[in-house]
Design a protein around this ligand. Structure first.
Ligand code: DGL
Length: 264
């Protein structure tokens, strides 16, 4: 599983609970964070290097636990890797369409994700008549990645980004960035009564179904292992990561996937 930083840990969190027997390796591309303001071609190249490192670890499935990388690189990776590759967008788009009664759906995501139009396309593939209000939130993931303490400025920021969704009267909103569930309570307050769709729960279900159908699900009640690697400072990753996961991370390895992929 990989993400641009620690946000994908919200996805891992759900997977650890839903698939306790599986082993996980998580890579956070903290040296390259954020992906949200990068060009799609650069995100694709970087995602391929990281996926190359992950498959080198012997994984049976790759999860792109980053909405921005899913939008830019999912199909690219699926064409190139031998193992199945799952992204966070399709399950969320489907869940949003299923949940919405008014068929007015909001999306909060990074600039790159909104600009790709991927969510909008996937939502319409599930319901051609759905109306989507998409808001790019360029400052939100970096503010969350910096970690606590959070102040009034974050509250204001969330209010500002949620404004167009309120104005559009959406009844369902996709938290289209893996960082956003960390401030879910804040978002919930600014969008009362709106159903929030988060990638973690949806993708955990999708991974379980995929592994089961392919006969790859690890049987038994034994507890699987998990480990972490990142491209930036491992100590900083551990500090923010353990707050995100609310559990110890153990040793965090520092890895530069470009160098590893290049030397294969
Ligand atoms: N993790 C990224 C995502 O889910 C958001 C942060 C970034 O800009 O890298 O879109």
């Amino acid at each position: 599983m990989f993400d641009s930083g620690v946000g994908g840990l919200t996805v891992l969190d759900e997977c650890l609970a839903a698939l306790p027997a599986e082993d996980f390796v998580y890579f956070g591309d903290t040296a390259w964070f954020p992906y949200g303001d990068k060009a799609p071609a650069d995100i694709r190249r970087r995602s391929e290097e990281i996926a190359g490192w992950l498959t080198g670890q012997g994984v049976k499935l790759v999860v792109v636990a980053c909405n921005t990388a899913s939008a830019a690189a999912l199909t690219w990776l699926q064409r190139r890797l031998e193992v199945p590759v799952l992204g966070v967008m399709a399950p969320e788009a489907r869940a949003a369409v299923q949940a919405s009664r008014t068929r007015r759906i909001g999306l909060l995501a990074t600039e790159a994700t909104v600009a790709s139009g991927s969510y909008q396309r996937m939502i319409r593939a599930n319901d051609a008549g759905a109306r989507v209000t998409a808001v790019a939130c360029p400052r939100l993931a970096p503010a969350i990645q910096r970690g606590e303490p959070w102040g009034e400025d974050l509250v204001e920021m969330v209010r500002e980004y949620a404004g167009p969704l309120r104005a559009a009267g959406v009844d369902t909103a996709i938290l289209g960035c893996t960082h956003y569930p960390v401030v879910e309570r804040l978002i919930r307050r600014t969008l009362p009564g709106v159903t929030l769709i988060k990638s973690g729960e949806e993708i955990a279900r999708e991974i379980g179904d995929t592994l089961r159908r392919k006969g790859l699900l690890r049987p038994g009640a034994t507890e699987g292992r998990y480990r972490f690697a990142c491209s930036g400072d491992p100590e900083a990753f551990r500090a923010v990561g353990s707050r995100f996961l609310q559990m110890p991370l153990g040793e965090v390895a520092r890895v530069e996937p470009a160098a590893v992929a290049g030397s294969r």
